[in-house]
Design a protein around this ligand. Structure first.
Ligand SMILES: [Zn+2]
Length: 270
């Protein structure tokens, strides 16, 4: 028995390796709301405590890659240099989307992924306000023309599992700063499997017929200028299908405003 090392020192050593923020995170997770008033909020990316409001610590904040002009007027893809007004990217000419214009607040990188995941799966609904403000700034010209914001819907089964739709939370936040109303004009009638790992053509086939305007919902769409809102723009297949459904129902125009978009590299205009 005496040769057997006690459990205690090992356990203590393990605890010594856990940082203060991890312990806070565990306590916060366990006790939830009770401690929310007592502990400062944690950075959504690195989990260090931050001052109130921002959602990110100063170090992570400095790593956010905001998208700013010059970019393709159609797709919002950033350009390496300014080619002058009205110049489009190669993608916009070769494969024009159903929607009119797309804008994104940030590039989809590690920090953006952490923010999106914290909002989506981490019960960090407080982040929607910050992310929505960034989106409202990136989409200023779209919002100036818009009659309504339309969040890309989740299928009810996914909504039930996740309890809220992150696109709707972002649309509400954008609405608060832009005064453009939110309209749940489109419904997801088919749950689509994850798009990860699919080719472009497979992604498009995957979401075919996934969206529908609810019966009697045409009045909310016909003759109106709409802005579709989502968290991330990847291939654009999902949002393009959604835009098509709205245009078929008589929308005058459909633009797209997302929090983050995947950008392969900074490109030159053609
Ligand atoms: Zn941080």
């Amino acid at each position: 028995m005496l040769d057997t090392p006690s459990q205690a020192p090992g356990t203590l050593a393990r605890f010594a390796h856990i940082g203060q923020s991890a312990i806070r995170g565990t306590i916060r997770g366990a006790l939830g709301l009770v401690l929310d008033t007592a502990l400062p909020p944690l950075c959504a990316a690195c989990r260090q405590p931050v001052g109130s409001g921002a959602g990110l610590c100063a170090a992570c904040w400095s790593k956010v890659s905001f998208i700013a002009p010059p970019y393709c007027e159609r797709l919002g893809i950033p350009f390496a240099y300014d080619p002058g007004p009205g110049i489009l990217s190669m993608e916009a000419i070769a494969d024009p989307p159903a929607y009119g214009r797309a804008r994104a607040a940030v590039r989809f990188d590690d920090v953006a992924r952490d923010l999106v995941h914290a909002l989506k799966y981490g019960d960090r609904l407080d982040l929607a306000n910050t992310m929505g403000r960034w989106m409202a700034r990136a989409g200023r010209e779209l919002l100036g023309d818009a009659d309504a914001l339309v969040p890309v819907p989740l299928h009810w089964r996914r909504l039930w599992a996740r309890r809220f739709n992150q696109a709707a939370a972002l649309a509400e936040a954008i609405s608060r700063v832009s005064a453009v109303p939110v309209c749940h004009a489109v419904r997801r009638v088919r749950a689509t499997p994850q798009q990860v790992g699919l080719t472009r053509a497979e992604r498009a086939a995957n979401v075919q017929g996934a969206f529908r305007i609810p019966s009697g919902g045409d009045a909310a769409v016909r003759g109106r200028r709409l802005v579709l809102v989502d968290d991330v723009l990847t291939s654009g297949a999902t949002i393009d299908t959604c835009a098509r459904a709205l245009l078929r129902a008589g929308a005058t125009s459909v633009d797209v405003l997302v929090f983050a978009r995947v950008v392969a590299a900074v490109r030159s205009p053609i």
